[in-house]
Design a protein around this ligand. Structure first.
Ligand code: CP
Ligand code: NVA
Length: 320
């Protein structure tokens, strides 16, 4: 059946005033709604009456660490939904001179209609959200990257026409991207296999919460050490950097431990013949992935990056 025939009539998912800090906080139907909204934004099928939900609204986009995709996606999404983005770098703000994250949240709530924040510590984003009276969107922390995971689900949904029952294998460091994939899989009915070395597994608390979510969402999460077993027959193979922002101390030890987890053409050959290769980017070519795989026919990484925009629109249109 063609993708268009399987989709519900477009109507924006409404989650007004909600923070978007983790997919764990959303019901499976709400996550499904955001995925379908992302596809509708991409396909231009959102009804004209719903096309500019941020008209007359301003958003603070606060980036305390580097970003290319996420910042551009949220800035373009805000503008194209009719809103005004105010882009802020931590170093230019009074945060750099000791103003607290809580006070920053209270002040920004007086001035804008929503806050998108990328921070080092997840607890800082939680503290900001607790203090703010406007919706707060997590644009990546040391723990989670939920806007990336939404774009990833849009990418898989677009490619395969479904999510439930797909096998997605994540190979490498059990980091923020992996954690949000655990919640996304749990909520959408995906079978997620994570292959990582001892000491680099996803956090136990995240795994427990995601496995609890999977009871309702239908997903399944397995963690193993053998990348070949994890990739066997998979519909999609995903990797991320071995050294995330803020984890530079001990980078050499990480690279040594993760060396057997590089995604190369030989590993990809174990996946299903139709399998896609995914990466949130930026890629460290020659480390977690070879050029051959990044630039090969299975790679969907640049379409995946493009879907960041549609995910950002879905999130902002729902919560702000
Ligand atoms: N994938 C991702 O979040 O990229 P940026 O760090 O460039 O935003
Ligand atoms: N895990 C990576 C993702 C970058 C988008 C990091 O946190 O640096």
């Amino acid at each position: 059946m063609a993708l268009a025939e399987t989709r519900r009539a477009p109507a924006r998912t409404a989650l007004p005033g909600r923070d978007y800090l983790s997919l764990h906080d959303f019901e499976p139907a709400e996550v499904a709604g955001l995925i379908e909204d992302g596809l509708a934004w991409k396909q231009g099928s959102m009804p004209p009456a719903q096309a500019r939900p941020l008209q007359g609204k301003s958003l603070a986009l606060l980036f305390l660490k580097p970003s290319t995709r996420t910042r551009v996606a949220f800035e373009v999404a805000t503008a194209s939904l009719g809103g005004h983005p105010v882009c802020l770098q931590g170093g230019d703000m009074q945060l750099a001179r000791g103003e607290t994250i809580g006070d920053t949240g209270r002040v920004l709530s007086e001035l804008v209609d929503g806050i998108v924040i990328r921070a080092f510590a997840h607890r800082d984003v939680e503290e900001l959200a607790a203090a703010a009276s406007v919706p707060v969107v997590n644009a990546l922390t040391d723990l989670l990257h939920p806007s990336q995971a939404l774009a990833d689900m849009i990418t898989l949904r677009e490619r395969f026409g479904r999510l439930a029952g797909l096998t997605l294998t994540y190979v490498g460091d059990g980091n923020n991207v992996c954690h949000s994939l655990c919640f996304a899989a749990a909520k959408t009915g995906i079978h997620l296999r994570v292959a990582c070395p001892e000491g680099y597994a996803p956090a136990a608390a995240v795994l427990a919460a995601a496995r609890a979510d999977a009871q309702c969402g239908g997903g399944r999460i397995e963690v193993m050490t053998d990348p070949r077993a994890a990739v066997e027959g998979a519909d999609a193979v995903y990797t991320d950097t071995w050294v995330s922002m803020g984890f530079e101390a001990g980078a050499d030890a990480r690279r040594r431990a993760l060396e057997p987890y590089r995604v190369h053409a030989g590993l990809m050959r174990l996946a299903a013949p139709h399998a896609v290769f995914m990466h949130d980017l930026p890629a460290h070519r020659g480390e977690e992935v070879t050029d051959e795989v990044m630039d090969g026919p299975a790679s969907v990484v640049f379409a995946q990056a493009g879907n960041r925009l549609h995910a950002a629109k879905a999130i902002l249109a729902a919560v702000v």
